[in-house]
Design a protein around this ligand. Structure first.
Ligand code: SDX
Length: 377
């Protein structure tokens, strides 16, 4: 078979999926053929996860059963909370969740079972318990009592409830849920590639999701939403945005929340998040954040849109998460909660038609080198 070198695997197709379709030129994203805008407007995160894992929307009773399966797993296994509360209070939430999802495997009687029913069971456990792990850690690090999960609440609502110790408003719960829908799956992004690559060795669901969390943490990937917020906080006013952006571009710095390996047009998720960010910013007295974002977008449109650089999913999610009241270092962990829906689905797809991921490498070092004894070096 002929070998071609594509740095960063750009343009290489490494798997097949029936879950999400992206047209980068037209700015189209569909989950199982349904446009992302339809799902953001009419679906819920739980229904969207069912769609991704079953490749169809659930009937009413199926959705109720799926929700019940998730909600009965919100509680942590015995011993997990104690392990969580032994971590340093100043540990970073992305390191915490990478560690604790991995630790969940030690409470699974059959962690390496890779038959599809077992993989689905593990996926339910990880998805249901990740919000609890994150919220418990946050309460612990701020010295507040843990808030036990409420199985009458959705994943989005329950996460905000456990995090803040009070029920979120309907608006905030809905905004959180829409964000989870928008972030659930996205083709073979780096973290999904990582999950599928690990699963292709027939390892296990916990190892695959742990690897994916490590990948998502990177500022070029899921970590960008935190980087956007840092940038918005650094820019003192709307008027200062243009100089800030142009100076960074002049230094060849990347503007967080912009650009994409696949989208060479406006990320359809960003369009939805922009509307959500504007509404929430207006409701919560943060309209300056939104105005700065719009100004940055205008400057970037003039400076780099010709290169196909547009806002991506992380640009307006930053303002949205801030207005929902999430701490800055919880922005990327929220992306983890959502993307477990995609990662778990891809792990199951990989096992359904597996071939070990093993690309080749172009060796550029020397040959025929004699061994030099240490006494002669
Ligand atoms: C996510 O893959 C997915 O689907 C990811 C994701 C998902 O849902 O899983 O969509 C989520 O990770 C979104 C991306 C979040 N990352 C950021 O916002 C970080 C900032 N963005 C860039 O680092 C960059 O755009 C990437 C990493 C997202 C994509 O980079 P590529 O495809 O490797 O593009 P590149 O770095 O080769 O850039 C091509 C050109 C370069 O200019 P030249 O050297 O050709 O002159 O575009 C420039 C880059 O300098 N460029 C940017 C830029 N992104 C690209 N210039 C300024 N700011 C940017 N953000």
């Amino acid at each position: 078979m002929g070998k071609t070198y594509s740095k960063g695997l750009e343009g290489v197709i490494a798997a097949e999926t029936k879950m999400s379709f992206i047209d980068g030129e037209k700015g189209v994203l569909e989950y199982v053929g349904i446009p992302i805008g339809e799902l953001a407007s009419h679906s819920t995160f739980e229904e969207t996860v069912f769609l991704l894992w079953n490749l169809r929307l659930p009937k009413k009773d199926e959705l109720a059963r799926f929700q019940a399966e998730l909600r009965k797993r919100y509680e942590l296994p015995a011993g997990m909370a104690q392990r969580l509360l032994s971590l340093p209070r100043d540990a970073k939430p992305m390191h915490v969740i990478r560690t604790m999802v991995s630790a969940l495997s030690m409470h699974d009687l059959n962690p390496d079972a890779n038959d599809i029913p077992s993989l689905r069971e593990k996926a339910l456990n990880i998805l249901a318990r990740t919000p609890t792990l994150l919220a418990y850690f946050h309460r612990y690090r701020i010295g507040m009592p843990l808030v036990a999960p409420d199985p009458s609440l959705s994943i989005a609502e329950n996460f905000l409830y456990m995090l803040n110790g009070e029920r979120p408003t309907e608006t905030m719960a809905k905004a959180m849920d829409v964000c989870l829908v928008l972030h659930a799956d996205h083709g073979l992004n780096n973290s999904t590639f990582s999950a599928r690559s690990v699963m292709s060795t027939q390892s296990d669901m916990y190892s695959a999701v742990t690897a994916a969390i490590g990948s998502l943490k990177g500022p070029l990937h899921g970590g960008a939403n935190e980087g956007v917020m840092v940038m918005l906080n650094e820019i003192p006013s709307v008027d200062a945005a243009e100089k800030y952006v142009l100076d960074k571009l002049a230094r060849k710095d990347k503007i967080m929340g912009f650009g994409h390996r696949i989208y060479k047009s406006y990320d359809p998720r960003a369009k939805h998040l922009q509307v959500l960010a504007r509404q929430l910013a207006s409701d919560t007295g943060n309209i300056a954040l939104y105005d700065k974002s719009k100004r940055i977008e205008e400057v970037m449109a003039t400076a780099v849109a010709a290169k196909g650089i547009y806002p991506n999913v992380d640009f307006y999610s930053a303002t949205t998460y801030h207005c929902i009241g999430l701490p800055l270092d919880m922005f990327t962990p929220v992306f983890v909660i959502a993307r477990i829906g995609g990662w778990a689905g891809h792990v199951i797809e990989q096992m359904g038609d597996n071939r070990l991921f093993r690309p080749d490498v172009d060796y550029t070092g020397p040959h025929g080198v004699a061994y030099t004894p240490v006494t002669k070096r």
